[in-house]
Each structure stands twice: as C-alpha cells, then as structure tokens.
Design a protein around this ligand. Sequence first.
Ligand code: OGA
Ligand code: MN
Length: 334
Amino acid sequence: MALTVATTSERHAAGGAIEVIPTGRALGAEVRGVDLKDLDAAAFARLMQAWHRHSVVLIRDQTLNDQELIAFSRRLGDLDWAPIQETGRRFVEGLPEIYIVSNVKVNGEPIGSLGDGEAVWHTDMSYLDVPPKASLLYALEVPPSGGNTAFCTMYGIYEALPQMLKDRVAGLNIKHDGTYNSGGYVRQGVTPTDDPVTSPGALHPLVCTHPDTGRRMLYLGRRRNAYLLGLKLAESEALLDELWSFVDRPEFAWEHVWRVGDLVLWDNRCTMHRRDAFDPSSRRIMHRTQVKGEQRPPDPRTPLQLERHPDDGRIMRRRNLLALGVAPRCRRGR
Ligand code: OGA
Ligand code: MN
C-alpha cells in the first residue's frame, strides 16, 4: 500500500503554513499549522476542505478549555446539547454542549460515559431522524496504551460492495436502534429490548447520498438491533451480517493513537468509529461536542430535494451542490 502521499501547504493570513497530511489509509488526515483558538476564515475554509475530502481530521497539540472547544465547534454549525449520560446526569454544569467520555470516577460516580470497555463500531446518534453531522473529540487525559479510536469510511465500504449487493441494498430502509449506546449501556428513558423488529429508532435509507460531497455511502449506524424494513428478521440479519463483514476489513479503516491535546473532528454522516478497551486502572478523559445535522440522511432515490429558502421562501435545491461544483442557487451574499 502506498505510504503517505500528497502534502499540501499554503500560507494563511497569520503567516503560518497549513499542511494537510493524509494518513495514507482509506480516510483521515492530520492538519498541521493551526491553532483552533485563532483560525482565520481562509484557514478555516482550508480545514473544512480537508475534512470533506478525508472525512476525519486530526489536529494535534491544542490547548483548549471547554469554552474554546465550544467556540470552535460552533463554527461548523449549531451544537446539540450533550446526550444524557449513563449515570442519568445530563451535562457539565453550565456547559450543556460538553459530553464527557471517561472511565474516571469521583466519589464512586463516573464523571462521563463509555467506561473503559470496548465501544463497538457506530455512528453517533443515528437513531435520530436528523443525526448530528459532526462530532469533535478532544483528549485531556489518555492511558499509556489502549483506548485507541478507529474510523472507517462508509463511502469506501459502499464502493467495494459487489454489484449484486449494491443492487440488493439500493431500495432498502434500515432502522437505527435507539436502545443501546456503543458501550452496550441502555440509553436513559428507554426500556431495554433485544427485538430488532420492535425496538425504537429512526428509519433511514440504507444507501444515502452525502449532502455536501454528493458521494454515496452505506448507512449502517450500529449492528445491535438494526433491522432492514420489510424483510423477515432472519433475512434482515443475514444481509446485515454480510454487509458488516466489510466493516471489519482493515483496508477501510484508520486507527488513531491519542496524545493529550489531540482534537479529532469526524464527519458523522459518512464514517463510523469504534474504541478499544483499555486498562481500567489508567485514566482517560475526553470532552466531546456535536454539531447538529441539517437534514435527514438524503435518499439517492429522490435526486432533488426542494426546500424553501429560510429568508425569502423561494424554492431551492438542497443537495449535491458541492459535488456539482456549483454555488447554491438561491443563496445570495454568502
Ligand atoms: C464518542 C465515542 C469513542 C472514544 O465520543 O462518540 O464514540 O474513543 N468515543 O472515546
Ligand atoms: Mn461515538
């Protein structure tokens, strides 16, 4: 396999050089030469371009407090409030946007979610009708080993499917289960169930089009309690198992080994992620923000989505604009 390839570098207003260094894997790039506390518009645009191209970007050696993490995250869009943690606590006092992922306990109570076990492959909160478009995870404390996070490309996985499978998945909808989180914990307020047919969750097309890049991807969400609508349960399970066998192939993934000060921004629409277990006696503290999605995962079977412009009510086309290389038609002055 080819090692790290292109390095692009450009000057920006602050005088430093921004470098985008692809991981050499199916997705992911490190962006160097940026301080997320102080990023001008040109540098931010460059970062967004790298993010669209590589789906996951790593920015190392950052020194962000929670307010600064929130301020940077807001540049991508409105933020969600953090989901309720397994402990039933909702969020950090005064900072509802911050979600803590940690195994650390204070007075016997976990300060965050997901503990020290494995977190299985998933997309964040795809059980919502409009799932978040991005997540930003920032490392405050990391164990000496373990606790790595891997990402996989749902574009690459879709593209690798044999044509027969592509045809089979083309017309299907999938239910994304809302019962369990990726650590296997039951979500707050949900009655546990292991019946994929009746478990609560959102329906999405199994093949979606990315709203910004226009690329097609497989949209799996997570394995547990997933269900392909209209199929007998056994058929749904068999087809899902077949599709998931591609997810475990290393050629679609990139694994990140964390250092304190790393920020990883992933496109939650076209990737999944998982985390390794780590030694329970070591500490891991990550703070996460989540950027709201702007629409339901687009269905390639409905090629044009017409929406009213929020300002003047005119009808506009909503999809594939970046992919086509044209500016949105009805947006002026942006
Ligand atoms: C998350 C998540 C994994 C990790 O924050 O959504 O899945 O590596 N985290 O902490
Ligand atoms: Mn996650």
